[in-house]
Design a protein around this ligand. Sequence first.
Ligand code: SF4
Length: 332
Amino acid sequence: MSHIDTEKLSAHLRAKGINLVDKTILITNYSGSLQESDLSEPANCSGFGRIRHFRLDTNSDWNIINPLPILPAAKALGIDPKSEIKAQVFQNAVCNWRCWYCFVDFKLLSGNPKFSDFLSSDQMLELYLDQPTPPLVIDLSGGQPDLTPEWIPWMMEALINKGMDKKIYLWSDDNLSNDYFWKYLSSEQIDLISNYKMYGRVCCFKGVDQESFSLNTEAAPELFDLQFELFDRLLNIGVDLYAYITLTCKRETNFKSVIPRLMDRLQNISKNLPLRIVPLKVYEFSPVTPRMKGIHRNLLEGQNFAFQVWEEELNRRFTMGELKIPITDVVL
Ligand code: SF4
């Protein structure tokens, strides 16, 4: 199987996705896209945004609650955590991987000018504010926001300049695929991010080992290991970090050996890290079905066995009291 050349594709997509002179980012416009038909309500912000309803009660038969970003947002905003929170989402229009289960139409990941345009953070905020009740959370999503890591500090500066940095919670995603955060941000920008109070970031671990990682993302297997290194680096600068993990892997996986090893690696970063990670169950749904091949049905089945062992390991490594700690209070 040939793999994505992540380094090459990342550089290519970064060049398409950012304008350093104008301080603009290539943002997806949903109008006419496949993703538009999947939105629960029409796109907003002239097609460049969407409102996402995050809910505590997920319908996963794994019987776990996804507290992200509700608990971090509520804590930062000083409000009671509600069972549902609305966020204003902007998506950058580039991603360097092609996860078969991605809910984004792949046409919206290649910097296609038909479905995107360059916007500054000020322009995004103007569009966001031009609605009757703007949500208290802004989610900079993707795509892979970290192909254009400047987006985060630029948005922080725009919020500070508008006096909104203490009123709005900023959340962003990261697929842990590259070191652009370190390569392209100045030390001042990194300081701004680490000291910005109303910001949280969710990183996504993909798969349980090199093989499943590669089957999920189409990237080279060894990049599985890079995810841990990148997460560790971000943790060390004090960012309020959380993670998702997709456990999709072959049902023939030796779960009893692979999952404990995965947990060990996470705990080598920080003993409590597994408690800040939310496993995401992957479902077959409309954008995913046309991409699915036989192997993907196998991976869908495998995730259930992986989750079972993941839970067993959590119960073996943590006390009942520790397992009940709200995700925002887990100390890393
Ligand atoms: S990294 Fe995220 S945005 Fe990119 S293809 Fe995978 S799921 Fe989709």
